[in-house]
Design a protein around this ligand. Sequence first.
Ligand SMILES: [Zn+2]
Length: 381
Amino acid sequence: MLVAAALVSLLLSAQDSTLIKNRRLDRNQTVARALYDAGLDETTVNALHGALSAAEFNFKKARPGDQLRLVFRHGQLDVLDYRRSLLTEWQVRREGDRYIGRKREIEREQRVDTVELTVESNVWDAAIAAGERPDIAVTLSDVFAWDVDFYRDVQKGDRMRAVVEKVIHKGRTLEYGRVLAAEYIGSSVGTKKSFRYKLPDGTETFFTEDGLSARKTFLKSPLKYATVTSGFGSRFHPVLNYVGKHNGVDYHAPTGTPVWAVSDGTVVRAGWDEGGGNVVCIKHVMSFESCYMHLSKILVKPGQKIAQKTVLAESGNTGKLTTGPHLHFALKRGGGWVNPLNQNFPRAEPLPKTLMDDFRGQIADAATRLAARPMAAFGTK
Ligand SMILES: [Zn+2]
């Protein structure tokens, strides 16, 4: 009885002497400063500094928000955990009178998963509502760049399903890998399905179920869907104008939104225009020419050959003919302006018949996953 009581009191006192301090690196705070601020003396800070350096810790890469966890026992620092991200962590432990540091390997798991989004207001919010990371919106906009304008075509009630690789740590998605298959069911664009296929030369690209290329000679939108931050993006909704005299389409986009070249071509203009501000124009095949105006930043030079989907500029609010941040996008064909929204652009080459069997074999698993009824649908009659 007495022994048990003594043991309990010993355990209690041992617990009492353990102190844990959690800190986050402040703006302009060095790691050493944070350690001093946590109450450590110079000798200990120097010892920790040495132990971290020996474990390949790069002090220059310390960033505000990095997490520190200090465990003290009997007034002495026992363990320091330093977490830079979910994947990068260091631990320094006291062993006798020395501190030993090591970089921790964080276990992660690769998994192929099905993601399903239903749009209420925009794709970004739909991702969050589905328990996904919002960057899946950007990933999917890349896959559908030839068929869906993520600034214009997305309507309430539209659905997206995707079979996608995920990197998972402790049940949380850290990042998305390749999209293997995706389906868009939209009220204005209809149903679009894309499957990733690895061609014999090793390149991977998207095709429809019938082996037609998902790529077209022109993108559906000149704006890369990249709504700068989630907070802004969730409220952002483009307003589009297309009027007779106005020779193009206006996308109301926050300054800094990446602007894509809608097709392969040669830059024929990259400079200043009084009305259009910073302007880029590109010459394409079939006597097409595309122009992008009011840019904040131009990233290409006249004469430069660029590929479709190259980010050629950032949108802005420059020039006299602008009343707020937007991208003016215009398309010429044979020298005259045409409406970019109602052009029917041809698809890239379909798969040769000789590859169709291989194609069907490669996409079979993803196609089955894509067609599977979503979990939520079970039980609803
Ligand atoms: Zn305009």
